[in-house]
Design a protein around this ligand. Sequence first.
Ligand SMILES: NC(=O)c1ccc[n+]([C@@H]2O[C@H](COP(=O)([O-])OP(=O)(O)OC[C@H]3O[C@@H](n4cnc5c(N)ncnc54)[C@H](OP(=O)(O)O)[C@@H]3O)[C@@H](O)[C@H]2O)c1
Length: 224
Amino acid sequence: MRVLLFGATGMVGQGVLRECLLDPEVESVVALSRSPTGQRHLKLQELLHQDFLDFSPIEDQLSGFDACFFCLGVSSAGMSEQDYQRVIYGFTLAAARVLAQLNPDMTFIYVSGTGTDSTERGRSMWARVKGKTENELLRLPFHAAYMFRPGLIVPLHGIQSKTRLYRVFYVLLAPLLPLLARFPKYVTTTEQIGLAMLKVSKQGWPKRVLETADINAVGRLHLV
Ligand SMILES: NC(=O)c1ccc[n+]([C@@H]2O[C@H](COP(=O)([O-])OP(=O)(O)OC[C@H]3O[C@@H](n4cnc5c(N)ncnc54)[C@H](OP(=O)(O)O)[C@@H]3O)[C@@H](O)[C@H]2O)c1
């Protein structure tokens, strides 16, 4: 299995990368990002690119993949709708349209978030933009596309969020992890997301949109 990974330098993407590198069925992972992951592994290849609205300069390197795990994203805090939409909708669809054309057998998995608004009409700006992004992805001619909507994500195996505030939050949360394991409807982990992506892309899944409970149900819940 050949995997293309977006957001490999982020918290979710690092978790997904870890599980991909550990999975014997994954033959190679190409991490497409604007900055290096800082990791070295025989299965890992980095593809550095700066303009995520235009993939034409690297199009010749974007075919032959079985799965794409799209973990690139930003927080909407302090962003205008236009700027947020440019990254969330613009970057994702620019990549997905090219990939669907070049990889008709690809399974595409997108990380959105709990509360995403499929109607695209609600009051929450981020939820509307993610809803629009999901809806458009589900219309593309991939072999299959799945939307992952995690709630609270606990980073495992030394993975850290890039946002300082979140890092402090996770340090404070650490003693509560055994308790949080009792709430698989709301809480998942970076490991669980990675495992679930791999399983769904290999075996398929009856639902196209997976909430936190579904992500945890795909594999086993493993919080600590
Ligand atoms: N963290 C959570 O608890 C949580 C919960 C639910 C949903 N999610 C969703 O999961 C996704 C990933 O979240 P995360 O926590 O992993 O975020 P993160 O740690 O901030 O990582 C974001 C990733 O996106 C990349 N990225 C951001 N802006 C970019 C740009 N302008 N151009 C190119 N790459 C860019 C970053 O690359 P650089 O390293 O180059 O900046 C990084 O790889 C987001 O869509 C988020 O909404 C997260």
